[in-house]
Design a protein around this ligand. Structure first.
Ligand code: SF4
Length: 313
């Protein structure tokens, strides 16, 4: 059986979407272009989001002391050595808030990335409060000729949670930023974390209806992982009962239910985070992402369910 996204996989997978869109396998190359974010530099706060430790997510080739060109070239050779070669690459501005600078500075960085042979587009990770008219104009101009996704950290639809994790913006800020981008014809991605303190499984599940209607093109889901040295790690030590970290079995149960209510038009880039040894709060999955994915797809098959089976527009 082929689903509305044109494959037999039970969810609208980004790997298939990109292959269809570009006609070949596409790999992302991550860049740390030396940005900070308003939640760290004092504009909104100095402490940052309580779960944040950006260094934990950067691949080895990714270092702001190197130019964008050097990071991309090293990233491409890193991927060529490890995986079968990709048809093309997307430059992924990932670390911190990658629209948090003047449009002039951003233009230089984005154009540097796009000038490298093999780079066919950009994915730009940012916060909803880091988009202004000048930046929007720049993004519109780039999207006229290149593939472009603006990826927003939404994290939760609940403002109480966003406050608790010191996110420094509301869910309405995310809604507004995505709406502005959509109206400008730009593709938006979203990032959500499941398991944030204070949220019950039912609250997380109910959030799917808000997420489905946001106008997102792509989405990434992560289970909460508490990283050593973060504010959240201390909060966990002081008050572990307010956390409800997912075991692998509970997560599979949950995410399958979530996906079957999710708008089938949203391309799923990630269904879980790569588990790391520093997630040491007694809940360790010890599985690679591809293994987690297999378990999720197995469960979907057993339950004969798929993305959007119970989606209500
Ligand atoms: S998660 Fe993003 S927005 Fe939050 S402090 Fe870290 S870089 Fe800033």
């Amino acid at each position: 059986m082929s689903y509305s996204w044109g494959t037999e996989r039970r969810f609208n997978a980004a790997s298939n979407y990109f292959r269809d869109y570009f006609g070949a396998r596409v790999q992302k190359v991550t860049i740390d272009a030396g940005f900070t974010c308003p939640n760290r530099d004092g504009t909104k706060s100095t402490g940052g989001c309580s779960f944040c430790n950006n260094d934990a997510f950067n691949p080895s080739y990714c270092n702001p002391e190197k130019s964008v060109t050097q990071q991309i070239n090293e990233g491409i050779s890193f991927h060529e050595k490890r995986y079968k070669s990709a048809g093309s690459y997307l430059a992924y501005f990932q670390a911190y808030s990658n629209t948090y600078a003047t449009a002039h500075h951003l233009e230089k960085l984005y154009n540097e990335a796009l000038s490298i042979p093999g780079i066919t587009g950009l994915i730009i990770g940012t916060r909803p409060d880091c988009i202004n008219d000048d930046i929007l104009q720049l993004l519109i101009q780039i999207a006229e000729t290149k593939f472009l996704v603006i990826e927003f950290g939404i994290e939760s639809v609940y403002n109480e949670t966003l406050q608790r994790i010191n996110r420094g913006h509301s869910f309405e800020d995310s809604t507004e930023a995505i709406k502005r981008c959509n109206e400008a014809g730009l593709k938006c991605g979203g990032h959500l974390i499941f398991g944030l303190p204070g949220e019950s499984r039912e609250m997380m599940l109910q959030s799917v209806d808000n997420i489905s209607e946001l106008g997102l093109h792509t989405i990434k889901f992560h289970q909460l992982q508490i990283i050593k040295g973060t504010k959240m790690a201390s909060e966990y030590q002081d008050n572990p009962q307010s956390f409800n970290l997912f075991t692998i079995d509970a997560y599979i149960e949950f995410i399958v239910k979530y996906i079957e209510r999710l708008n089938p038009e949203i391309v799923i880039e990630r269904l879980a985070g790569e588990t790391q040894p520093w997630n040491n709060q007694g809940v360790i999955w010890n599985l690679r992402y591809d293994q987690v994915l297999q378990l999720i797809e197995k469960k979907m098959k057993e339950e004969d369910t798929w993305q959007g089976k119970f989606y209500k527009p």
